[in-house]
Design a protein around this ligand. Sequence first.
Ligand code: TXA
Ligand code: MG
Length: 337
Amino acid sequence: MLKLNARTVALVETEILKPDDINIMRCASALKAGELVAFPTETVYALGASATDAQAVENVYEVKRRSHDKPLIVAVAKKSDIAKIVKTIPDKARILIEKFMPGALTLVFDRASCIPDAVTAGTESVAVRIPNNKIAQKLIELSGAPVVVPSANTADKASPTLAKHVYDDLGGKIRFILDGGESEIGIESTIVDIRTDPPKVLRAGGVTVKEIEREIGRVDIVRESVKLSGYMPNAEILFSAFYDGMVQNICSRYDEYVRTGKTAVIICLDKNISAYGSRTAYSLGNSYEEYAHNLFAVLRKADAEHFDAVIAEGVDPSGIGESLIARLIKLSGGMII
Ligand code: TXA
Ligand code: MG
């Protein structure tokens, strides 16, 4: 299907490809030639471009409609490649690399000179991760260079957890989407700035702060401003502060919307769905891992169905719950109920 772009990025036909060896090779060649390729990682889908090709990186900003002051994460295929794109690897970084890479952890280092300004938004740092997804690893390895890996959505949309989400946002703007099925984790990587001691957690994600502190001791947590740029759903998001005894409160919020002629959907754990009676409720699964895995897809669905409000159940702050809470507070713009 051919689509016209409003901006300067050329018309392209987007192909969704099965991730077999031949197609991974085609995508690696496309990356080498400066084209953009979306591919699965275990967190969310990435929009890849060669990190050493400043024009390709510029095109990433263009197609994502991303603000130029927001740097891109760079992915490499294996641990020994990290040293090639950073100045130094502090001891605590070495510990975290051993323990969590490949995986859902991104570390911020001082950048080496081979990483162009376009990647780092002019800062002297570079954020690095190694995806655990085998398709991603093969693709990056074959492309022969580090690859930028922002989430493969436009700036106004949730991170994609399916090839279809990528196509909905970027169809007509990029050459290839490698279809690796559903993203395993469903929320983005945890970002830790390892240049300071204690290191700073800039974004809580797939690896929990507790897991990190178990390895390297105390870290500082930088609380993101809830008004930070980034995806905001069309629907109002209300997030319950409680996970015990929350049903009554959620029901009365829902009923208020309905009374005023608006539509709302409750998103909840499967075991709670019957408590909401005839109210519209979507299940996120049976565990907080499944809640994280399904969250972005359910929010896309709620937006596509034009709900005025999404009321999200509260989350137990243990394990991945802690990262989920950070996401939901941000998404709700502080509308905690
Ligand atoms: O799981 C993930 O990290 C996914 C997968 C696809 O790799 N990527 C992702 O990228 O979430 P993106 O661009 O949607 O979010 C990257 C975040 C942004 O908030 C950006 O500001 C921050 O990482 N970031 C990138 N480079 C940075 C740097 N050098 N210093 C501080 N923050 C950085
Ligand atoms: Mg993103």
